[in-house]
Design a binder for this molecule. Structure first.
Ligand code: GLC
Length: 741
């Protein structure tokens, strides 16, 4: 695996304009802008839905073709039919006055036709190269289907698994989330946006959306500027520094101002401190929702707030469509604000090569050739395997033998091609009927002598009639071992799918108990878009595998792991709470003034009915082998601000099978001008070790990696004592100390 050199967390002062600034393009943009009238300028800032809706619709009918012909629409989302794309593009290019090409966007979140694991699952692979490759393949398939722009990566840090969109991001950690944001931007955009197989990416949702109170989607966000800058903003900064061409406003307020009209976020941080040169698109009707938030009388005022904050393009609210031109012509807003927004949109269209060949993404032959290719399906299978997290394996029950005489596969999810159960939310143009189910994967894996029986045990969404449970229990009793697939249906996570109770949905626990009671060895395979509260299961089921929602090749990936063709290497990117009442529970918490010690004492920060620790912590994941870590060795005990510290650790595979291990590096700043987390991830390296093999892993830490937003809100390190931890999870590591002078 590529060694993970720690990335200097760039301070706002040094951020370059990562999105290309090609003087030849700037000249073309200026020339075209000078020839545009006000209606045409506003047109470039309007995006309308041309396909299925992913939000509420106002029912207003607009003649899309006439609007394109008049140059008053610049982009569409959800038009995925090549012929329709071509016909509208022809009108834009050949019939409008200036012939400015349209941009076609879609939510290509984890694959386009070949569906990859949900982003949260991919994050569990900690394999940045594999994650980048997934995005690359998604871009190849999407661009061959006429799409220029994906509304991804979603880079919202989330510490609350009740939130349905936790499936869409990279989990609870800012450092891991930032590295994955970079990988996904590089995957989608490649290193040359003018190529026909690259698409513009969109870091979303800017910003703080994952901190919705109660984990309830679209709810209020109220976090301090410091927490925004320490936790929620860095992945966006990383995406900008990786060259992301667009960002998307979030729905939520921040400091009581909706993100779409939030000058601090868009004008001050993104376009000011970070010098972002791309453009910002609203989320679906998020401009119009400023009226509902109660900060705008009507869409006319919402338009004013949005353009004043620097939000460039309006998805579906029609606030710009209806009022932006009038606001300029009446002198209520300066035309320069509109010009700046239009310049940004035109810049991206030029970068994409749209003016050179507006039809280059519409290529049926290429679409036929690349869609669902064997190479793409194999890549999906490989990253799916790496995304699986082994949570429990009592007595080494796993891996199973392929020649077991009789296996009972139980669970509605084991053989489901419905509700996007295997693909997960945001499946783009993936097809349920194309996925490989766990049952299909098991049948393809075992010997020809093995008998595989199947019982659903439940209907979907955890409806488990007693007769189905009884049949499942009987099948379990008659088998030599059971593979029990339970969890969430695909439509139980994603946007607007928050859950207040995050145990196994419905009556599935009754099924689990009945199957375990049958007395045969049980392997539980979890399929889920979020961490679940597993309490009874974690105690009574001998083997538990978290298989998330793994996409088109999920069934094969699950079988590869269950039968030992791949030794699970996944590590949790988000904590699994012991109880929903613990939420938010995350590893990089502050110490508090009364941390709970190991022994049970009063007057400390604890619950009287639940541990403080999650059931499974960030960075946790078991293997079929074992690894031994040396204590970390430092090349110096004291460094100054200009030095780098090298941290070395020997990792040995002390088991009998080869495996991939994610070696994790954390730090702790023991005293700061403001309280510091008890641990913070600052590096990781996924290494391959054969049985008995040992490798030395080296990390470098420099002052940038020790920086934080100090008491007077400067991003810089402070001298003092630090601890450094290296290990196999956030709760299983060895430490050393050093001093920063
Ligand atoms: C949705 C989502 C956003 C998505 C957009 C377009 O409401 O919040 O992530 O990209 O609308 O589908």
């Amino acid at each position: 695996m590529k060694r993970m050199l720690l990335t200097l967390l760039l301070t706002p002062l040094f951020a370059a304009a990562a999105f290309a600034h090609d003087p030849r393009i700037e000249a073309k943009v200026d020339d075209l802008l000078a020839r545009m009238n006000l209606a045409e300028k506003v047109g470039q800032l309007n995006q309308l839905n041309g396909g299925y809706a992913t939000g509420t619709q106002d029912g207003r009918r607009i003649d899309l073709e006439e609007s394109v012909r008049s140059g008053i629409i610049g982009s569409f989302l959800n038009i995925v039919d090549l012929d329709y794309q071509k016909s509208l593009q022809k009108i834009a290019v050949e019939e409008s006055r200036l012939g400015i090409p349209l941009l076609y966007a879609h939510d290509v979140i984890h694959g386009y036709r070949t569906i990859f694991p949900i982003p949260l699952a991919e994050a569990a692979s900690w394999d940045l190269e594999a994650i980048e490759r997934s995005a690359r393949i998604a871009a190849i398939e999407a661009s061959a289907s006429g799409l220029h722009w994906t509304f991804a990566p979603m880079v919202d840090i989330a510490r609350d698994p009740r939130w349905g969109r936790v499936m869409e991001g990279a989990g609870e950690d800012t450092y891991l989330g930032s590295r994955i944001a970079e990988a996904r931007v590089h995957g989608f955009q490649g290193d040359d946006l003018s190529r026909s197989d690259t698409i513009i990416a969109c870091a979303k949702h800017f910003a703080g959306y994952g901190a919705a109170e109660g984990g309830r989607d679209y709810n209020t966000v109220d976090v301090s500027e410091r927490v925004m800058r320490e936790v929620y903003l860095p992945p966006f900064h990383a995406a900008v520094n990786a060259g992301v061409a667009t960002l998307m406003n979030a729905f939520n307020v921040l400091d009581r101002m909706p993100a779409s009209g939030n000058k601090f976020l868009v004008k001050q941080v993104l376009k000011g401190e970070w010098n972002f040169q791309g453009f910002v698109v609203s989320d679906w009707n998020s401009f119009g929702e400023m009226v509902i938030h109660g900060v705008a009388e009507d869409n006319r005022e919402a338009a004013k707030l949005a353009i004043a904050a620097g939000s460039d393009m309006d998805m579906e609210s029609k606030a710009y469509f209806d009022y932006l031109g009038e606001l300029v012509s009446k002198g209520e807003i300066p035309e320069e604000w509109v010009d700046d927004a239009v310049r940004r949109v035109l810049r991206v269209k030029y970068e994409l090569g749209m003016f050179d060949d507006p039809y280059k993404y519409i290529d049926p032959a290429r679409k036929e050739k690349v869609t669902l290719s064997d190479e793409h399906l194999q890549a999906a299978r490989e990253v799916a395997r790496e995304s699986i997290v082994l949570l429990k394996n009592e007595g080494g029950l796993l891996p199973l033998k392929k020649n077991i005489e009789k296996i009972a596969v139980i669970g509605q999810l084991a053989d489901s091609k419905k509700f996007e159960d295997m693909m997960g939310s945001w499946p783009a143009q993936g097809k349920n009927e194309e996925v490989v189910t766990p049952l299909e994967g098991v049948k393809a894996k075992v010997s020809t002598q093995t008998v595989v029986t199947y019982e659903p045990g439940c209907r979907d969404h955890g409806v488990c009639p007693p007769e189905l449970i009884d049949r499942a229990a009987l099948a379990a009793a008659e088998a030599d071992c059971v593979i029990l697939v339970v969890g969430e249906n695909g439509d139980m996570s994603g946007e607007s799918k928050s859950r207040a109770h995050i145990g196994l949905p419905g009556d599935q626990l009754d099924l689990v108990k009945a199957v375990v009671k049958a007395g045969k060895p049980v392997v539980m395979v979890l399929m889920t878009g979020r961490p679940l509260v597993l309490d009874w299961c974690a105690e009574h089921v001998p083997a538990i595998v978290n298989a998330w929602q793994l996409g088109t090749m999920g069934g094969h990936a699950i079988a590869d792991v269950l039968f030992g063709d791949y030794n699970p290497s996944g590590k949790l990117p988000i904590s699994f709470p012991a109880a929903v009442g613990q939420i938010p529970v995350y590893y990089n918490h502050l110490n508090t003034g009364r941390p709970r010690p190991p022994q049970d004492v009063p007057y400390v920060s604890k619950y009287i009915d639940c541990p403080n620790e999650p059931l499974y912590p960030f960075g946790y994941g078991l293997s079929y082998t074992t690894y031994e870590y040396s204590a970390p060795r430092l090349n110096a005990e004291t460094i100054n601000i200009n030095h780098t510290l090298t941290v070395s650790v020997d990792v040995k595979n002390t088991g009998s099978v080869m495996g991939d291990e994610v070696v994790q590096l954390y730090i702790r700043d023991l005293v700061g001008s403001v309280a510091q987390p008890v641990k913070e991830l600052r590096g990781f390296d996924k290494i391959h070790l054969n049985p008995g093999e040992s490798k030395t892993v080296e990390f470098t830490l420099d002052s940038g990696d020790l920086a934080f937003w100090t008491e007077d809100m400067k991003f810089q390190p402070e001298p003092g004592e630090f601890e450094v931890f290296v290990g196999t999870s956030s709760s299983d590591c060895k430490k050393a100390r050093f001093t920063l002078e």
